[in-house]
Design a protein around this ligand. Structure first.
Ligand SMILES: C[S@@+](CC[C@H](N)C(=O)[O-])C[C@H]1O[C@@H](n2cnc3c(N)ncnc32)[C@H](O)[C@@H]1O
Ligand code: SF4
Length: 368
């Protein structure tokens, strides 16, 4: 399995051919995935966090109101959204209503995933994960108490590495009690402080019974030095890759660094934004993932409008007109855009003949 054929491959979008063809024809379609931020607050202080106060300035310290969260989920299912990723913003488990919301999203028939720093799990949230989630990705970014504390800016050891590893053991044990299809993995953004402990961490993850570790480059606009350690880490990551078994994978997301840093794009407008809806802890919907929390990227307010009215309304289209794609920071949708542009102006038959669906992973296909 290559990365492109894993659940992290961009071509996973090809599981949604009717939607892609419609987008290529300029038709309005519901998004496939909702990325929902239950909270903008966080108990960690990762120096690199896109959404931190000293980063883009986007973090608002708001917590999504329970009624708005539940209402948004109901409207999402009605709109035809197929999956919800609970993420941030800040830390999704800072919001006490997240466990209930995950269960509700599942009851509404949507797939559910959770991206978390892993430090706030308790019996209620672990039960909710078991009941509702297809996947949980814990952003660990460190392989020892020290490296994790440095990278995640841990001020209270209660939220640190040891606690998170215990939570992972509990999750792995609960998964083993009849929830084998739950995929539990670790995210690991590579930096100078954590590369020395990356291999040991992969060994630990395998021993605990987790499904994968996913290594990715860091990216922050104007800080190329934060991405630079990625290159020199490749030998260590290759060793970690050697730990793979049938049930434990090491994903090295090599195409991410190229994609996020490449500014000049072979297209001048974005089609891929139609694949995902973003709702922030402010109760507002945003044009695209990297812009969450930014006032200039708001497309509507869930406290005042329905999700459907926002999605099919004029604000989204107006913003689309004004966005200069070459200036988009950290775009992870370049392959998506290239594929969608390739479909424009072609008949369904021509499109079908141009794609090979045989290697496309169906795993978590609704989480774009
Ligand atoms: C902002 S966090 C919110 C959810 C949760 N608190 C967590 O850390 O997983 C969502 C994802 O963004 C990633 N992220 C944040 N800043 C990043 C950066 N500068 N470069 C790459 N990924 C980043 C995190 O690693 C995490 O996987
Ligand atoms: S744990 Fe997540 S939200 Fe919190 S500071 Fe780190 S990346 Fe940002």
């Amino acid at each position: 399995m290559t990365e492109e054929t894993s659940q992290f491959g961009r071509l996973k979008m090809l599981n949604h051919m009717p939607t892609l063809k419609s987008i290529g024809r300029g038709e309005k379609v519901p998004p496939i995935t909702l990325e929902l931020d239950p909270d903008d607050r966080c108990n960690h202080s990762c120096y690199f966090c896109y959404y931190a106060d000293d980063g883009t300035g986007a973090r608002t310290q708001q917590s999504l109101d329970k009624d708005i969260m539940m209402h948004t989920l109901k409207e999402s299912a009605e709109l035809g959204i197929k999956a919800v990723t609970f993420t941030g913003g800040g830390e999704p488990l800072m919001n006490p209503h997240t466990p209930e919301a995950m269960i509700y999203a599942r009851e509404l028939g949507m797939d559910v995933g959770l991206v978390t720093n892993g430090s706030l799990f308790n019996e209620t949230s672990i039960d909710a994960v078991i009941q509702s989630c297809q996947f949980v990705r814990i952003s660990l970014d460190g392989g020892s108490e020290e490296s994790h504390a440095t990278v995640h800016g841990i001020k209270n050891p209660r939220y640190g590495f040891t606690t998170i590893m215990k939570n992972l053991e509990t999750l792995a044990a609960r998964k083993g009690e009849g929830k084998e299809d739950l995929v539990v993995g670790l995210g690991y953004l590579v930096d100078t402080n954590n590369i020395a402990s990356a291999l040991a961490l992969a060994e630990q993850a395998r021993a605990i019974g987790l499904d994968y570790v996913q290594f990715r480059p860091l990216y922050f606009d104007g800080k190329p030095e934060w991405t630079a350690p990625w290159e020199s880490a490749q030998r260590t990551l290759a060793k970690a890759k050697g730990l793979e078994t049938d049930s434990f994978k090491v994903h090295i997301i090599t195409d991410r660094a190229d994609e996020i840093t490449m500014r000049e794009k072979p297209y001048d407008s974005c089609l891929a934004h139609a694949l995902l809806a973003i709702v922030g802890a402010t109760g507002k919907a945003y044009f695209c993932s990297p812009f969450r929390g930014l006032e200039k990227a708001e497309i509507g307010d869930l406290r005042e409008q329905s999700l459907s009215a926002i999605w099919y309304g004029s604000k989204r289209m107006e913003l689309l007109e004004s966005i200069e794609v070459d200036k988009c920071p950290n775009c992870r949708f370049q392959t998506h855009n290239k594929v969608l542009y390739d479909f424009t102006g072609k008949s369904d038959e021509q499109i079908d003949a141009s794609v090979d669906l045989s290697t496309v992973s169906p795993l978590h296909k609704n989480q774009i």
